[in-house]
Design a protein around this ligand. Structure first.
Ligand code: NAD
Ligand code: DAU
Length: 353
């Protein structure tokens, strides 16, 4: 089986490719623009693997996508490439529209042209996996049941609106042209190689240096945390057994407030770094101005993927958080490389106001 992965140098894409190649033999072509969030060195360990092929390019470049599809003849496209940070989408939504909406449509269109000329048996087994987010369902009230695959869309941030729009194009390409598209929605991922603009790696970097840990608003917003490798496993199962035209939610059972999460991380840091001068790390917690339009609560109902495809989220959040904390403590070279240049400018622009 050959795969075209987009955005494979980002957080989830990196974990997905490593996970995939450890279990499968076929070629993986990774098309990535290497924006600030993409890091080619994440996949250094497989750079000489004959089953891995990196292409530096943009999903908006239709000629490039066309030639990659014709040259490599993938049996699936797993589409991760996106602008992904909600706060950046509030500062400047344009890139979100370009990559997430227009880029996804370009990719779908080239996939359709390629798929239509495949022999019947390859046409039947071809899959386009569109990786989307719980944020498209909008914010839940405290006692509202978790969002299901049939919940109404109510995106609240420019990021969520761009992902919702791309979902609608993905859905339309199945209904109009029959392209075997599957849409997935997952909750907040955590794990290695996440760019430190996102909450967990940001807390790691700041706590290690004794810098304040910014909590937006009252910190009572609720998120559902999913270990990235568990997400990748669900995507592998969806690629193998998922039904074209269907939507699958991939959530976890670990709802907690942002404040609870950060306190938990601080407790793990205190345990792993008992001699640090920053113990107790929770004393670094600082409440800062809230994110505009900040969604209060997300929760996903993952019953469908459990009943239909046999995947269920693991329950050992504490263990997975601890191994993630260890990874960030140990990966000093990766962090030093990431936490320079553009990253510093972002922190300056976003938090110093
Ligand atoms: P990320 O920001 O870490 O990585 C995005 C990757 O896409 C980067 O490597 C970047 O260089 C690449 N990219 C951006 N624009 C591109 C373009 N025009 N052409 C080619 N490559 C481009 O993102 P992530 O957290 O790994 O998220 C991956 C996908 O999963 C996204 O579609 C996101 O919406 C979705 N998702 C993420 C989460 C999460 O918690 N991280 C949760 C739900 C859904
Ligand atoms: O829910 C899935 C989404 O999760 C994905 O679709 C997005 O691509 C991904 O970025 C993530 O979005 P969030 O906005 O939930 O992630 P982030 O890590 O930015 O924030 C998590 C929560 O923590 C959110 O409620 C905002 C809050 N937060 C975040 C930062 C960066 C803080 O309180 N302080 C911060 O400094």
């Amino acid at each position: 089986m050959k795969l075209l992965v987009t955005g494979g140098c980002g957080f989830i894409g990196t974990n997905f490719i490593l996970d995939w190649l450890s279990a499968n033999k076929g070629l993986v072509v990774n098309l990535d623009k290497l924006t600030y969030a993409g890091n080619i060195n994440n996949l250094e360990s497989i750079s000489s693997n004959p089953n891995y092929h990196f292409v530096h390019g943009d999903i908006l470049d239709r000629d490039l996508v066309k030639s990659l599809l014709l040259t490599h003849q993938p049996s699936s496209i797993v589409h991760f490439a996106a602008e992904t940070h909600v706060d950046r989408s509030i500062h400047d939504p344009e890139a979100f529209i370009q990559t997430n909406v227009v880029g996804t449509q370009h990719l779908l269109e080239e996939a359709r042209i390629y798929w239509e000329q495949l022999p019947e048996s390859s046409k039947k087994s071809f899959r386009f996996i569109h990786v989307s987010t719980d944020e498209v369902y909008g914010s839940l009230a405290p006692n509202e049941p978790p969002s299901t695959e049939t919940s109404l869309y109510a995106p609240n941030s420019p990021y969520a609106a761009s992902k919702a729009s791309s979902d609608h194009f993905a859905r339309a390409y199945f209904h109009t042209y029959g392209l075997p598209v599957i849409i997935t929605h997952c909750s907040n991922n955590f794990g290695p190689w996440q760019f430190p603009e996102k909450l967990i790696p940001l807390i790691m970097l700041h706590a290690k240096q004794g810098i304040s840990l910014p909590i937006y608003g009252d910190g009572q917003q609720i998120r559902n945390w999913l270990y990235v490798t568990d997400h990748c496993e669900a995507l592998r199962i969806i690629n193998a057994k998922g039904i074209p035209g269907e939507v699958y939610n991939i959530g976890s059972r670990s709802e907690m407030t942002n404040l609870e999460l950060v306190e938990l991380l601080c407790g793990i840091l205190d345990k792993l770094l008992p001699n640090s001068t920053h113990v107790p790390h929770a004393s670094l917690i600082t409440f800062v101005k809230d994110r505009p339009g900040h969604d209060r609560r997300y929760d996903l109902d993952s019953t469908k993927i459990y009943h239909e495809l046999g995947w269920s989220p693991p329950t050992n959040l504490q263990e997975r958080l601890e191994s993630t904390v260890r990874w960030y403590l140990e990966s000093t070279a990766w962090i030093e490389e990431i936490a320079s240049g553009e990253y510093r400018e972002w922190i300056e622009k976003h938090y110093k106001k």
